[in-house]
Design a protein around this ligand. Sequence first.
Ligand SMILES: Cc1cc2nc3c(=O)[nH]c(=O)nc-3n(C[C@H](O)[C@H](O)[C@H](O)COP(=O)(O)OP(=O)(O)OC[C@H]3O[C@@H](n4cnc5c(N)ncnc54)[C@H](O)[C@@H]3O)c2cc1C
Length: 223
Amino acid sequence: MGKITILPETTGNPISLIGMRAGVCWGGDTEDPEKNYKRGMDCILSNHGRTMEYVNVEMIIDGYSARVIREWYTHIGGAPTRLQSSTRYINYQDGFDYIVPHAIRRDDEAMAEYTKAMQNIQESLKRLEELGVAREDSAMLLPLGMSTKIVDKRNLRNLVDMSRQRMCTRAYWEYREMFHDICKALSDYSEEWKWVVENLFLPKCEVAGKCTEKKSCGRYPKE
Ligand SMILES: Cc1cc2nc3c(=O)[nH]c(=O)nc-3n(C[C@H](O)[C@H](O)[C@H](O)COP(=O)(O)OP(=O)(O)OC[C@H]3O[C@@H](n4cnc5c(N)ncnc54)[C@H](O)[C@@H]3O)c2cc1C
């Protein structure tokens, strides 16, 4: 199981911050916490998406597959940034952690085959090291299922948009689990985050009131 660490640079009170920033432009009283909160809520409920871009989220995402992180990187709205564990400098020759899909774990034969494949890669990495092959070259063998670590920075608007796609039942299962872990970590960060997660992080069907995917899970009607 992966681990999400919310870093202290993450905005503590996202609704209040939105209200403070909007208040500057409305000539409002930004010294009053209650007014800031109310103004922030108004912005959110009026769908003034740009105001959500002031809310910063910085986190360490650790122990999920390189494959799911590759999908994470497709969410580029608002120019997020990140650093990822190096495949040149980290020593994977002595072993690497990897994700085992639930469907494989449930099946003894499939599990044995999957484990064997991972061990084979590990043995080849060791052998290539002995043969003097540079790690940046032997790293070509590392599987998409290996777990990795990133330090990620993005804004609230990006995460709200991401929830539309990745809370969809049709999204890749590991992404849905990872997004659930992020929701949990942010909800624990502050009461305002709890409200944001519960009210703004929704799959697209719940917002549209219908399914927009070609192949529907059946949760919402197509039309
Ligand atoms: C069931 C399912 C299957 C999927 N299958 C695949 C797949 O096979 N392959 C794959 O690559 N992805 C797949 N995805 C991921 C998905 O299609 C998107 O690539 C991913 O969600 C990130 O792109 P985005 O536009 O949603 O988000 P972002 O890039 O973060 O963009 C968010 C919003 O910002 C705006 N925006 C962003 N960039 C621009 C721009 N350049 N110009 C103007 N406006 C912009 C748009 O309004 C956009 O909706 C799948 C998702 C689901 C739910």
